[in-house]
Every structure is written in structure tokens, then in C-alpha cells.
Design a protein around this ligand. Sequence first.
Ligand SMILES: Nc1nc2c(ncn2[C@@H]2O[C@H](COP(=O)(O)OP(=O)(O)OP(=O)(O)O)[C@@H](O)[C@H]2O)c(=O)[nH]1
Ligand SMILES: [Mg+2]
Length: 330
Amino acid sequence: MAANLTQQYLKAAEEYRRAQNASEELRCLEVMLRELPKHKASEKLESELKQKISRAKKDVQTERSSGKRGPSFRIPRQGAGTVVLLGGPNAGKSSSLSHLTRAQAEVAEYPFTTQKPLPGMMAWEDVTVQLIDTPPITADFFESSLHGLIRGAESAVLLVDLGSDDGVEQLQELLDRLAETKTRLAAKSFLDEDDIGLSYTQTILAPNKIDLPDASQRLELLRELCPLDFPEFPISITSGEGIEKLRQAIYEGLNVVRVYSKLPTAKEPDMKRPFTVRRGGTLMDVAAQVHKDFVKSFKFARVWGSEVHDGTIVKSDYVVQDKDIVELHR
Ligand SMILES: Nc1nc2c(ncn2[C@@H]2O[C@H](COP(=O)(O)OP(=O)(O)OP(=O)(O)O)[C@@H](O)[C@H]2O)c(=O)[nH]1
Ligand SMILES: [Mg+2]
């Protein structure tokens, strides 16, 4: 692993991991190359970045001449983050979407019911999270649009069917299928530095149907045969058991904080619709969401929150805390 990677490099690498088309890839790769500390240990990474850049340039040309911009299937991002529901056939992906959101996904006893991805919005306190139901992944079946969806999502929930003796095997099949590609799952999202095309998406394991009689033995078997370091949340969509814990874990996995904005002229802040920014983000990240012009013209802000006295004046590098109220001035 190349040492001393800058914050800008890591940010660009994260954006590259989630890029949805060649020009996004190219932009991120160029930042990565520029930010890469140049020394002996990083030579391999440098040459790999250069190769990727020349390939991305060609892809940009192809996309332009074919009029294609990004993947054929694209779901606009909404809410505090995007979480993709994955699993083998009948694992309960569509049931989960229907239970956690208002979207009406088709649920059926037979496998391969879902044929294309379907989004829905999950509420958590005063924020919403975008969930995406997907077709099943098996040894022979892996819908091509899923690559982009998995890479582009903040995280994945991997459902397992504990209602069938095949559930554990189907989970293994799915993991093996992904292992043949550059889109994989892990306890935390990251980009493999030895092969920067290889992306890992943060994943929670949700063994489903724990209401059924043999489910607990199958869960033991799952832990034995398929030991994974993903956080585990056993659930039953039918009885509701474990669902609220899963909902909470999905939100917490986004690792965001909520910030409420107050107009300088208003007496009260808007407490209905918080902005969400990555934990560790600054006022600049909030300003960018309010309006992109705000980033340039930002002067200072007043903050009411847990870490500062009410109405404290802060600069752009102030790290926002959950439930801060900010009044941006420009
Ligand atoms: N007993 C029980 N049955 C469930 C549970 N969750 C889902 N099911 C049933 O399992 C079957 C499959 O559910 P779906 O939600 O369609 O599964 P899926 O993963 O979307 O399936 P595909 O779209 O075919 O990949 C349906 O008959 C559901 O009613 C649960 O917690 N307990
Ligand atoms: Mg389905």
C-alpha cells in the first residue's frame, strides 16, 4: 500500500469507486494521479493510474460518439444515502423493500420474481434513505446494471433465505459470482490499492425468515459454512422481528450527521428537512448542498449545537455535529 495518501486522493478514490460513467472516472483518476505522492513505493500505483486514465479517455470518446452517458439503468440518488438490497432468489429483498418503504415491489413464492431494480424511500427519524430492490444474483444470473448500482451505493444489505435448505448455498454462490467481478462486498467500503478497479461496498448481513421452524439451525450453519465479518442482523419480514434494529443499522451505516439550516432573516430554523453530510464533514459540505454559489461566497456561520455555545461564529472548516443548527452568511 502506498504511504501518505492525501485526503484529496482518498476522496477522489472514493468517488472513483462509485463513478457511474467514463467521464466521472476520468475526472477522479486525474485527481488521484495529481495527488499521488511520487516515490518508489507508489510507482506501481502510478503506472496503473496512467493506464486507467488512457483507457478512461478512450471510453469517454466512445460514450460521446455513441451518445451514451453512463449505464443504461440509472436511478437518481435521493435522501441521505443509497442502500442496495441484495441476495439470492426468494431471500426476501422485495418483501424488505415493501416493508421498509412505501414502494410496492412484487413479492412471490417463486424465485426470480424481480427482474429490474426498484427504489423506495425508508424513513428513519426525520431523514430518508433510498433502498433499491434488485433481481437475485446466482451462479448463472447477474444482471449487468447491478455492477453500477452496487458500486454507487453507500452500502448493501445482503439477505439470506433461512426458509430453505438452499439459502446458505445460494449466499455462497452470490459471493463467488461477485468474486469473479471487480464489484465485491466487505464489512467496510474501500478501493483495493493494488488493483484500483476493484471496489468493495460496505455490507450488512440480514438472514431472513427467522420466524420459520428450522431457521435457527440454518443460521448456525450459515455462520459455520460461510463465516463473514459483516455485521449480522437476523430478521423476519413476516413477524417484524429485528426489523427496527436493521432500519437503525442501515441509517447508522451511512455515517452521516444531520444539520438544520436557519436563514439569517428567520426566527426559527427549518427543523423539518435536515441536510445530511458525511460524519467529519465541514460547513463547506453543508454550503455546497444549500447552493453551489454558497461555496464561493461563504463568509461565516453561526452555529447552535452540542459542541459550541449557542450562536457561536465559526469558519468554513468547522466540523458539523449531529443536530447542529447553522445560519450561513455570505
Ligand atoms: N416465512 C417468511 N416468509 C417470508 C419472509 N420474507 C419473505 N417471505 C416470503 O418469501 C417469498 C419470497 O419473497 P420475495 O420478497 O419475493 O423474495 P425476493 O428476494 O425478492 O425474491 P426474487 O425477486 O425472486 O429474487 C415470498 O413468498 C415471501 O412472502 C419472512 O420473513 N418469513
Ligand atoms: Mg424480488
